[in-house]
Design a protein around this ligand. Structure first.
Ligand SMILES: [Zn+2]
Length: 451
């Protein structure tokens, strides 16, 4: 069989993607009369004009003037969103050598901090952003290591330069990730002010706080109260690393929900990881999620690195998938996004900032495919809303034409093959950049160290 000819995307500012198949959950205000296939995708003509989606029409009913790209039923998706990454730690292989444990992640990252010069960070972080861009990611939220104020300043300096450089192509947001003690320490206000000056978000790691004699997190309430107060004073959102452990006693979601409820903080609160939730008894899961709903908490799960890190012991095959209670969270009506998390660093040695890969892993690991409906939003609509960008992660009239065209005609085919031949449009223009090369980065990093 001859190979299918690749689609030609015009350089014109106005063209029509004719007869595209768009999953209905990714369409804002679908046009009347569009054919809907058995997988829930709508057959649409999509008008692109000056970088925006200028109109959605039932397939065959679009404007007759202008260049028509014959999509022949190819899948058309909005560009995806990665709302939980660590660009500052990333792309450090082989300089760091992960041992598959959380402890190793912490200690090896800390040992790598002395190498984090402006140049080193710029090279590694930009490599990650470039990968995401080529794969069709329109926005990234990254956590800035802020163990000390100096480290935080260093990370934000690199972040700020890249945020400006990549604006419109990959929108960048940053979260200040610190030990929770930092929010009751002497530098708390300065750290919060630094975050605010960069348009950032306040974060922290809740389950690594020192515990009292009876195993409870005695200072967590105080730290959470201060965190919410600092965020409220500055109008910032909150995004926490929560319970990244199989230790059932290190379970902080109820304390976070209670702190949110007793505060008058009105911003968004996102909880990342929460993996031991899935190991709790069903009645604990139920009451915890009811409390989370009352406190308007949202969740983000990082299935790929968690499968690598959780339930790992020498000479043992993991019995636990290491992810949160994803389907229970969704069934409770709470927002659940997926994120890529660490990439080629001391926590996780693999990854390529490809959110399609993350979504596919999530669908399989969560068994979120019966039905598949709603699951695609975990990497698009849901994270776009949680990062405050409702103009992204969906296809709608007036929204940026940040799109991915797949050669697959069905969702099944899309999930079966790796889709490396996808075509990415950024504001209506085809992205033609190649993926950056690992060996070239390695060479450049060695050069930086030699200088
Ligand atoms: Zn993380």
């Amino acid at each position: 069989m001859p190979a299918e000819a690749p689609l030609a995307i015009p350089a014109d500012s106005r063209f029509i993607l004719a007869a595209a198949r768009v999953p209905a959950e990714l369409v804002l205000e679908p046009p009347a009369g569009a054919f809907r296939d058995a997988e829930g995708a709508l057959l649409l003509d999509v008008l692109i004009d000056h970088g925006k989606v200028a109109g959605l029409f039932a397939g065959g009913a679009g404007p007759k003037d202008g260049f028509r790209v014959k999509m022949d039923g190819r899948q058309l998706w909005p560009a995806l969103i990665d709302m939980h990454t660590h660009l500052d730690c990333g792309q450090a292989i082989p300089r760091v050598r992960p041992d598959g444990t959380i402890h190793g992640g912490f200690s090896q990252t800390a040992a790598d901090w002395p190498h984090w010069t402006d140049e080193d960070m710029a090279l590694r972080m930009e490599f990650g952003i470039s990968c995401a861009h080529v794969h069709g990611v329109a926005a990234i939220r990254t956590h800035v290591d802020s163990e000390t104020l100096a480290l935080s300043r260093q990370g934000y300096r690199a972040f700020e330069q890249l945020r400006q450089k990549w604006a419109r192509r990959v929108e960048l947001q940053a979260v200040t990730i610190a030990a929770m003690e930092a929010w009751i320490g002497e530098e708390a206000c300065e750290l919060a002010d630094l975050t605010a000056s960069k348009g950032g978000i306040l974060g922290g790691v809740t389950d690594t706080l020192e515990r009292g004699e009876n195993g409870t997190y005695d200072t967590l309430d105080h730290a959470l109260d201060r965190l919410f107060a600092l965020a409220k004073e500055r109008g910032l959102d909150v995004d926490l690393h929560v319970d990244q452990t199989d230790d059932l006693s290190a379970f902080t979601i109820p304390q976070i929900a209670a702190a949110r409820l007793r505060s008058d903080f009105q911003g968004r609160v996102v909880l990342g990881h929460c993996v031991n939730l899935s190991l709790q008894p069903p009645e604990v899961i139920e009451t915890t999620l009811a409390l989370a709903k009352q406190a308007e908490l949202a969740f983000v799960s990082m299935p790929t690195p968690m499968m690598y890190l959780m339930d790992r012991k020498p000479g043992y095959t993991p019995r636990w998938r290491g992810v949160t209670a994803a389907n229970e969270i969704r069934a409770a009506g709470l927002p659940l996004a997926v994120g890529g998390d660490n990439c080629r660093d001391a926590w996780f040695p693999y990854g390529d900032h490809d959110m399609l890969d993350t979504l596919k892993q999530a669908i399989r690991v969560f068994q979120a495919d019966e039905p598949l409906t709603g699951s695609l939003a975990m990497a698009s609509r849901v994270p776009a809303d949680l990062i405050g960008r409702p103009d992204l992660g969906r296809i709608g009239t007036g929204l940026p034409a940040n799109l991915i065209i797949f050669s697959a005609r069905s969702l099944n085919a899309l999930l079966c093959r790796d889709q490396q031949d996808r075509i990415v449009l950024s504001h209506g223009r085809q992205v033609t950049d190649p993926l950056p090369l690992h060996h070239e980065l390695e060479r450049a990093l060695l050069q930086v160290r030699a200088d």
